[in-house]
Design a protein around this ligand. Structure first.
Ligand code: BDR
Ligand code: CA
Length: 330
């Protein structure tokens, strides 16, 4: 990836400083597990320094996504706090994706009980305090952007303290509606706050993530690994791919969206990208939650605010996923 394609000095510094083997990139992973969120957690657990897992209602109600985050933390044996956050979007009513992830948010596998409750129910406070105490954190949201927006709105000073935000959401087509991707559709007002926050922003949208699918032979690579974690994740992939195949006319496996937001930080060479000005539609009756990606070749176009990921070396990225699962499969 040419350095010229990175937005702002802080991104350049962060990628170089934190890619060294001894210093892992510090992140807060804000998630709504969710099958693909689970994979994002696994990859982040190996390749980043997760300062905390914060949860948001999205794929399932907050109680379920928080429970799932704790179960995954336990399965991986991580010493990482889990903080529960927003149980509903800023404005519109909550909506869950049980049609993709099942009622639990992680249907399809025999999961253990969580080891205990979350460390707190104040994810927003945790994000603010952690960003104030540590400069150069990446926020990695893989669910609706409510927690991140609330943190930026309550503590605008953190915008210049973080290294950036690498999120999964948006794209030139939708999945919840024709125009809008699920995470941004769930809370468009929050997305609007995040996309206009003014610092480095990386977007893993559907154009990218639909290139990264849990194809049958890829799921078999996971199932072939030893240990309980690999078996659980292979079962989760099977369920996730089944729901995708039952809903789509033409897809060979589930789009594994969320780990892309992690891997673009830890394995940037696997991605293609281009800089654009991106805004969120918050009013359209048919387009609420849409990412307006300004691709016009006109001088009047506002300066880019977003590094839009456009391509992925899917086989190499899948190997990163398999290796991360193997790392924790004992
Ligand atoms: C996004 O929505 C959720 O269902 C997935 O976890 C992912 O974050 C894809 O639109
Ligand atoms: Ca998610």
């Amino acid at each position: 990836m040419p350095l010229a394609n990175l937005i702002g000095t802080s991104v350049t510094v962060a990628c170089f400083r934190d890619m060294s083997p001894s210093t892992k990139l510090p992140i807060i992973l804000d998630c709504d597990p969710g099958h693909d969120d689970a994979i994002a957690i696994v990859v982040a657990a190996q390749h980043t320094n997760i300062l905390g897992l914060t949860t948001v209602g999205g794929n399932a109600p907050l109680s379920a996504t928080t429970r799932n985050a704790i179960i995954l933390r336990d399965l991986l044996g991580l010493d990482v706090p889990v903080h529960a956050g927003a149980n509903r979007p800023l404005v519109q009513p909550p909506f869950n994706a049980s049609y993709v992830h099942g009622e639990s948010g992680l249907d399809g596998a025999d999961l253990p009980e969580p080891s205990g409750p979350p460390e707190s129910h104040d994810a927003v406070g945790f994000i603010i305090d952690t960003c104030r105490a540590n400069e150069g954190i990446w926020l990695v949201p893989t669910g609706p952007l409510t927690n991140i927006a609330l943190a930026l709105r309550s503590a605008p000073d953190i915008a210049s303290r973080i290294a950036g935000i690498s999120l999964m959401g948006g794209g030139t087509f939708g999945n919840r509606t024709a125009a809008a991707e699920f995470n941004l559709w769930c809370d468009p007002e929050a997305a609007d706050i995040v996309f206009s926050y003014g610092g480095p922003l990386i977007m893993s949208g559907l154009d990218l993530t639909h290139q990264f699918q849990a194809l049958p032979h890829r799921i078999e690579m996971v199932r072939a690994l030893p240990g309980r974690l690999a078996a659980v994740l292979a079962d989760l992939f099977d369920f996730f791919s089944h729901t995708y195949q039952s809903r789509h006319k033409h897809i060979a496996g589930a789009a594994v969206h969320d780990p892309c937001a992690v891997m673009t930080l830890t394995h940037p060479h696997l991605f293609e990208r281009s800089l654009h000005h991106v805004e969120i539609e918050v009013q359209g009756a048919r387009t609420r939650g849409m990412t307006i990606i300004d691709q016009r070749d006109l001088r009047e176009v506002p300066d880019p605010n977003c590094d839009v990921l456009t391509g992925i070396d899917a086989d190499a990225a899948w190997q990163v996923v398999v290796d991360a699962i193997a790392h924790f499969s004992r």
